[in-house]
Write a protein that binds this ligand. Structure first.
Ligand code: TYD
Length: 144
């Protein structure tokens, strides 16, 4: 992706997606296939758990990374911000995911007890892809 493209994404590009549920008497199963159920190829998976009550996560944007965030257990809120608009989305269903585009500031908060955040990501970890300063984020978005 051209690095200038991340300027263009807005919070309306961050879609809440619903995946199929294989419901069986012995439990439910949901599949997310890279390039099929989600637009990008999945190169990394990580999960956040044991978040103490009242703690926040996130507080950054990515230059190029795309992510799908799923509450596989419990619930939490995701605040998404494109520099002009801000919106809070509650994730609380294991078969729903929020697609996060590059150039979107995100904060995760209001974690329930036992919440597990599954993140499917389009690339490997590199700190260079992070924008951790909100003013720098606004500058990159061309808003300062
Ligand atoms: P960070 O992405 O800032 O966490 P969150 O957005 O959930 O608050 O990452 C927290 C720390 O973990 C940071 O020091 C970088 C490290 N980390 C890795 O080493 N590899 C990874 O794939 C991720 C996601 C984080």
């Amino acid at each position: 992706m051209d690095s200038s493209e991340n300027k263009l994404y807005t919070i309306t590009d961050c879609k809440l997606m619903t995946f199929g549920k294989h419901h069986r008497p012995n439990g439910n199963l949901t599949v997310v296939a890279g390039g099929e159920d989600v637009q990008f190829d999945i190169r990394r998976v990580y999960y956040i758990y044991d978040v103490p009550s009242g703690e926040d996560r996130g507080g950054h944007a990515h230059k190029n990374l795309q992510q799908l965030i799923i509450a596989v257990s419990g619930s939490f809120d995701v605040v998404i911000d494109d520099g002009s608009s801000r919106k809070t989305i509650t994730l609380n269903r294991p078969y729903c995911g929020l697609l996060l585009r590059p150039g979107i500031w995100r904060e995760l908060n209001n974690f329930s007890s036992g919440a597990v955040t599954l993140v499917l990501a389009s690339d490997l970890f590199t700190e260079d892809d992070y924008i951790r300063d909100y003013k720098e984020f606004l500058a990159i978005k061309g808003l300062l």
